[in-house]
Ligand binder design. Structure first.
Ligand SMILES: [Zn+2]
Length: 415
């Protein structure tokens, strides 16, 4: 049964790609680019046109569009999509549909870049389908406008089909996911009063996240003691040497370049300073909560030992958690993954569970109390001019939302 129409969802998506919502990392306000607010208004208008009235667009572009339950006692579910696109390419998106894709190499005007099965063998899965690409000068922005289109079309379906039973459904549009998950951090999660959330922020059809890692940032500051080099002996304490000392105490094989799969790491990623003072920034990642906490303690221990070695108050450390592992929530609410997996089974989508070495809106929202799984948008090559989206995968992302709602209305994922 096709509830979502391919041509309609493709048009909705193409319309959203016309608004350039590139995030601006240097911005200090939310949203980082004004067009994110404009896109939120366009989405709101699309849903007002079918009768949605409970719409709130905040000045920071965080937008909630709420559809009332049409049956008592069913779970309240939130669809999350982010408004911004990655700052890797800033140009306007010129999207186009390649009809009936036949494995031909697609060349981009004005560049030697191509989209071909040599570099992208996954294209072979979409032979005979329509795929959406760019002209090769910008990213497509299916990350995450495919999620917006899939959510909008699923909500339109529910509005137009009162026989389809559901609890409260809320679409939440978030700004600036790509530059530090800023929108999700600013979101009042408790006010949503929901049972669980679904982000659509994975790639190819069938992908869903079963686990992502914990993340935190440590900032170490070093205060040196300056002295003229001619009389420095016994006096000079060099902040740069102290910073280097810390880096050398971190386990060599636990760096990003030596780790993969479920292995965590320490990543000293920024060092600035001079003899008098220096600042070192270290990213910490781990899938296991104990190992994650041990890493943070290890940095505290190193800082303390540095103060013993060089004298007190030469080294300060501040640590702050960036996001958590969605698994903590998924373990408590096992029905969520059951719905996702049963929905894929019902829709004949081969499941591709992912352990994600990264974060997404749900990894900030889940620790705030609303478990939010991450499923596919259908697009490939996120953050690249070769980003492409098969229309059929986009339709299935939207069907997934309806199927999960439908399964949750039945009470378990096994029916
Ligand atoms: Zn994304």
């Amino acid at each position: 049964m096709q509830r979502i129409k391919t041509l309609q969802i493709t048009d909705t998506f193409l319309n959203y790609t016309k608004i350039n919502t590139t995030a601006v990392p240097s911005a200090t306000h939310l949203p980082s680019s004004a067009n994110q607010h404009i896109l939120a208004q366009i989405v709101a208008k699309d849903l007002m046109a079918v009768g949605c009235t409970d719409i709130d667009i905040q000045s920071n572009a965080i937008t909630t569009i709420r559809l009332d339950a049409n049956k008592e006692g069913l779970p309240s579910i939130v669809f999350f999509a982010h408004l911004d696109t990655a700052p890797d390419h800033v140009g306007d998106t010129k999207a186009k549909v390649v009809k009936n894709y036949q494995c031909n190499s697609i060349s981009f005007k004005g560049t030697t870049d191509t989209l071909s099965v040599v570099d992208n063998p996954e294209l072979l899965n979409y032979v005979g389908q329509d795929i959406i690409i760019t002209d090769g000068t910008s990213l497509l922005g299916a990350d995450d406008k495919a999620a917006i289109a899939a959510s909008v079309e699923a909500i339109k379906y529910m509005v137009e089909h009162p026989e389809f039973k559901h609890g409260v459904i809320t679409l939440v549009l978030l700004p600036d996911e790509e530059i530090g998950i800023r929108g999700a951090k600013a979101l009042d999660v408790k006010a949503l009063k929901a049972d669980f959330g679904i982000c659509l922020d994975c790639c190819g059809i069938g992908e869903y996240v079963v686990e992502n890692w914990y993340a935190s940032e440590a900032i170490m500051t070093f205060s040196g003691v300056t002295a003229h080099p001619m009389s420095a002996k016994g006096n000079l304490i060099n902040a740069l040497i102290m910073a280097n000392d810390v880096i050398n105490q971190l386990p060599v094989m636990e760096r990003p370049e030596h780790t993969e799969n479920r292995q965590g790491y320490f990543w000293p990623h920024k060092l600035a300073g001079d003899t008098a003072s220096a600042k070192l920034e270290i990213a910490i990642r781990d899938f296991d909560e104990n190992a994650f906490n041990n890493r943070k303690m290890m940095l505290n221990t190193i800082a303390a030992s540095m103060n013993d070695k060089y004298g007190t108050e030469h080294v300060k450390i501040e640590q702050s958690d960036t996001y958590g592992n969605v698994k903590t929530g998924l373990d408590k609410q096992p029905e969520i993954l059951r719905y996702v997996e049963q929905a894929m089974d019902n829709l004949d989508i081969p499941p591709k569970p992912l352990t994600m070495r990264g974060g997404y809106d749900g990894s900030v929202i889940t620790p705030k109390g609303l478990t939010t799984v991450n499923i596919f948008t259908g697009a490939h090559n996120f953050h690249s001019v070769r980003e492409f989206l098969p229309c059929e995968s986009l339709r299935m992302a939207s069907e997934m939302l309806l199927e999960i709602v439908s399964l949750s209305a039945k009470g378990d994922g096994n029916e």
